[in-house]
Design a binder for this molecule. Structure first.
Ligand code: ZN
Length: 405
């Protein structure tokens, strides 16, 4: 019979947008697991550490080297529990990651369940899942992202600017379909058109752009990262909300919501799926068909407030030392526990599996009659039905715990 608390070792991928060498928090956390065979190389980029059972980059039991999903398959009732088994089956229904972002990720959406099923049927190698992939991001450093569409008035104001008028064929007769068409014409514009428009945007006088003046500053940054002719830059700058977050703040991206993360270190958690449609900030060969992309997009989010995910009270303790991110979807929640030196917190049992990881500090965890060491970078799987208590021996104790129930 497997233990209910299992220390894990996890791995990072090397996507080009990741931070390089020791600069990558994902790599640093990954390398702190005791006895891991993961070593940081100074010239490699480290983008994402995955902490789950998704087969592309699975987690392993530190003690035995077994694949975590195999252990779960052999101990379903004990570790996952009936409630989650009935809802989601034996595969861990969520996937937490640490991302360290140096350059913008591809402009992307994650198709909803219906479109995922269709795409999976048409091209199972590319779209590996029939599931949707709503996700949340919690900032661990200053974090910048493009997400959702700007308020309509802001887009209309920009489309009146001379260099952008050519993308608006409706000329003022605005409907939700206008945005779809504008988005499509930006994504299909020729390299020359994109390059000349980017130059014109960079030359605009900030005074005329009001709350959109930041665009002028972002133009050289995006050109530096992806060249002057990336269609994604136009969509991101002219149509999407540019948002900045302080450590501890979070956003959630609904299925079909357009987004591109730009810079920073984050905790990301998503429903178990790897489906993505990309269309900018990536080489043309990696861009998915613009029609599919534009068809899948949700064009309703004309609000720069909506994607912010507020903290809520933790349902598993009443001390106030833990709080929750509770995105409006059923696959997972995240509990964050932050303690000063000598402080403790106890969390009531969760009726499903969880993965907890320490982003800073050190201390101890008591669970299932045993005591476990906690150090920055340590990652544990915790089976359902286990009470957990933490004790901090540092001022900066921070533990994240993603779970399904
Ligand atoms: Zn995404």
């Amino acid at each position: 019979m497997a233990d209910s608390v299992i220390q894990l070792k996890c791995y990072c991928n090397n996507m080009g947008w990741g931070k390089v060498g020791e600069n990558s928090l994902a790599a640093r956390l990954c390398s702190k697991t005791p006895g891991t065979d993961f070593k940081i190389e100074n010239d490699k980029s480290y983008a994402e550490m995955w902490m789950g059972t998704y087969p592309d980059l699975p987690s392993y039991v530190l003690k035995t080297g077994e694949d975590l999903q195999e252990v779960l398959n052999n101990n379903k009732e004990k570790l996952i529990g009936k409630q989650v088994l009935d809802k989601f089956g034996a595969d861990l229904p969520f996937l937490p990651k640490i991302l360290s972002i140096r350059a913008a990720l591809p402009l992307q959406i994650h198709p909803d369940i219906e479109l995922s099923k269709k795409l999976h049927k048409e091209d199972p190698e590319k779209f590996t899942d029939e599931n949707h992939k709503p996700e949340i991001a919690v900032a661990l450093s200053d974090f910048e992202a493009f997400c959702g569409f700007k308020p309509k008035a802001d887009i209309q104001m920009l489309l009146d600017v001379e260099c952008l008028q050519k993308f608006d064929s409706d000329k003022g007769k605005w409907s939700d379909n206008t945005l779809r068409e504008v988005c499509k014409s930006m994504l299909t514009a020729s390299e020359e058109t994109v390059a000349s428009t980017m130059k014109a945007l960079g030359d605009l006088s900030k005074g005329k752009l009001g709350n959109q003046a930041y665009i002028v500053d972002l133009v050289p940054q995006l050109i530096d990262q992806y060249g002057a002719a990336d269609n994604g830059s136009l969509v991101a700058l002219c149509l999407m909300n540019y948002m900045t977050f302080k450590p501890g703040e979070a956003i959630w991206i609904p299925a079909d919501g357009i987004h591109a993360y730009l810079r920073g270190d984050i905790v990301e958690c998503m429903a178990r799926s790897n489906n993505v449609l990309n269309t900018g900030f990536c080489p043309p060969a990696d861009r998915d068909n613009v029609d599919t992309f534009v068809r899948a997009l949700t064009f309703q989010q004309h609000d720069d407030k909506k994607p912010v995910l507020e903290r809520s009270k933790c349902e598993h303790t009443s001390t106030g030392k833990s709080y929750m991110f509770h995105p409006p979807m059923s696959e997972f929640n995240i509990i964050v526990t932050e303690l000063k030196s000598g402080e403790t917190d106890s969390l009531k049992a969760v009726a499903g599996p969880s993965i907890m990881f320490m982003t800073s500090g050190q201390g101890k965890m008591k669970a299932d009659g045993n005591e476990y060491e906690l150090q920055t970078g340590y990652i544990y799987f915790i089976g359902q039905g286990v009470e957990v208590s933490y004790e901090s021996s540092s001022q900066d104790f921070a533990v994240y715990r993603a779970y399904a129930e």
